[in-house]
Design a protein around this ligand. Structure first.
Ligand code: DAH
Length: 335
């Protein structure tokens, strides 16, 4: 058998060496390496040899197979490239490779979804500057200079009177200053604070919403936010309003939704309380109306503000906010 194999190797390599067109090459391949080819039939006989000879014969057959394959590839390169005939080996029946398709970032998806929900309720979408005057970010929202409420937001200053906006509430003042009631507006956008850990990044996204008209009540605020939560997290989602403080709303409330992961039973995500805080809200403070020239005796309104990252983390079950901005394709590809 050893002799047969060596003989076969010699013949095959010789044939490959003198072959000079693709169809001849293919014939050689079939003759020696094909399913019914000579090498294959010899290899089938290995099993009939005495047990002690089998390993050596098998090993030799494999070496010869790989030598012939290598010879085949060399001959193919020589013939195809030599003749400049790549097409001879182009198999047009193979399935194509699908190009990588781009898609929207998870935060963009959540921004779109939330804006659509509020737009359906009649809110107009506006955008505003990220580099903002202290006046719009703080002063006219009833945060006087040196007011302790400013400490809640670790502000990045551009200069003494110019900041990177710490929240989208600046849009309340900008829009009310420019328009007369009635109005209902949402303002999505980037905001900045000097903060970084698993639940904070120096840049994040907020949605501000506000509505001003005659006879607006806290009930209107509750109804609007309840409708939002039901559309975003499911119809039965319970809401809880907790008294809070913001300089630009009075009264103010922080709003929790029933934990979307445990349904309110208590789990790690909701710190076993059954509730998740999602936003700040309240009735617009008369002081803010005075800054923009509205008569607080005639008009009333509500406002709310929430973070898109927080909503996206709850919606998709993400426990580290930094993932949104690391640009790791293994994370981003999942949306
Ligand atoms: N601007 C607040 C913040 O970033 C959030 C907020 C609270 C916005 C209450 C509101 C509001 O419009 O009424 O912490």
């Amino acid at each position: 058998m050893k002799k047969k194999l060596l003989e076969l190797e010699k013949n095959a390599l010789k044939a490959l060496e003198i072959a000079d067109d693709p169809s001849e090459l293919e014939k050689i391949r079939v003759t020696y390496l094909g399913k019914k080819g000579q090498l294959t039939s010899i290899m089938k006989n290995v099993g009939e040899l005495p047990k002690s000879e089998r390993p050596e014969a098998g090993k030799l057959a494999n070496i010869i197979k790989s030598n012939i394959s290598k010879g085949f590839e060399e001959a193919r390169d020589r013939i195809v490239i030599g003749k400049g005939d790549q097409a001879a080996f182009l198999d047009v029946t193979l399935p194509g490779r699908e190009p990588l398709r781009g898609h929207l970032h998870p935060i963009t998806l959540v921004i779109k979804e939330m804006c659509q929900i509020f737009a359906r309720m009649g809110f107009t979408v506006v955008k505003g500057p990220n580099v903002e005057l202290d006046y719009y970010n703080f002063e006219a929202l009833n945060f006087p200079k040196d007011h302790p409420a400013r400490d809640m937001q670790d502000t990045l200053y551009v200069s003494e009177n110019v900041v990177l906006r710490t929240h989208t509430s600046n849009m309340q003042v900008r829009i009310m200053e420019a328009q007369k009631p009635p109005l209902s507006v949402i303002a999505p956008g980037k905001v900045y604070r000097r903060d970084s850990d698993v639940s904070h990044t120096p840049m994040f996204h907020q949605l501000e919403g506000f509505l001003v008209d005659k006879d607006v009540s806290f009930g209107d605020l509750k109804g609007t936010l309840t409708s939002f939560a039901h559309q975003m997290f499911g119809r039965g989602t319970a809401l809880r309003f907790r008294p809070s403080f913001f300089p630009f709303t009075e009264p103010s409330a922080e709003v929790d939704i029933q934990c979307v992961l445990c349904g309110g039973k208590g789990c790690r995500t909701c710190s076993h309380t059954g509730w998740l805080e999602i936003l700040g809200s309240g009735m617009i403070d008369p002081e803010v109306f005075r800054f923009v020239g509205y008569d607080p005796e005639v008009y009333s309104g509500f406002a709310f503000g929430m973070g898109f990252e927080r909503i996206a983390m709850l919606k998709y079950g993400i426990d580290d906010i930094q993932l949104f901005f690391k640009n790791d394709m293994r994370f981003l590809r999942q949306f």
